[in-house]
Design a protein around this ligand. Sequence first.
Ligand SMILES: [Zn+2]
Length: 196
Amino acid sequence: MEDTPETTITTIKVGEGAKGEVIYFPDAEVLTYRKEKGSGTCYYPLTVYCPKCSRTHEYNPKFKEWRPRWLIDKEDYYFNISYAKDLGGEIYPRCNKCGFDLRKDYQYGHQEEVEKVIKEEYHISISSAKYENGFFVLPLESFKKGVREAYSKKANLLISINNSTYKLGWKVYSNPDNIISKDNHIYLRRTLWSQA
Ligand SMILES: [Zn+2]
């Protein structure tokens, strides 16, 4: 009777390596390559990535459009893609996180994202505002400082009174008819403001 050789069968899945019985995951595939760009380093993809889950574009408030970011980091790409079958039986690449169908073009610049960017970048807060007889009253210096910052960006001015936030649009505060200056304070009618 022959000796049975001691054999162990190790199952290896695609993408795994094996050393004896130990299954190990090889170093992550190289998914990007780097290139110096100006004063920084930009990473470019070598394989498909999810455009929706990756941070490759940003809203440019100046040009009012979505543009590729100047520098993109490795971590900005989301490469976790698998293949799925659609109803017609066709195999297609799909994002494992958000389910985006990579056969489609991704439209950057959804309105709610634009609004979020505008909200974050385009509001200048002015402190020490108070309400008085139908007017919101702001210290002159704070108002001047806020407007200096906000004016060229056409940003809204924001004030907070009793835990409510109110905003004033550029069109309103850039119109001198709306502004009353008195005793080192600026008076703006309550009705000119909207709740933010
Ligand atoms: Zn995704």
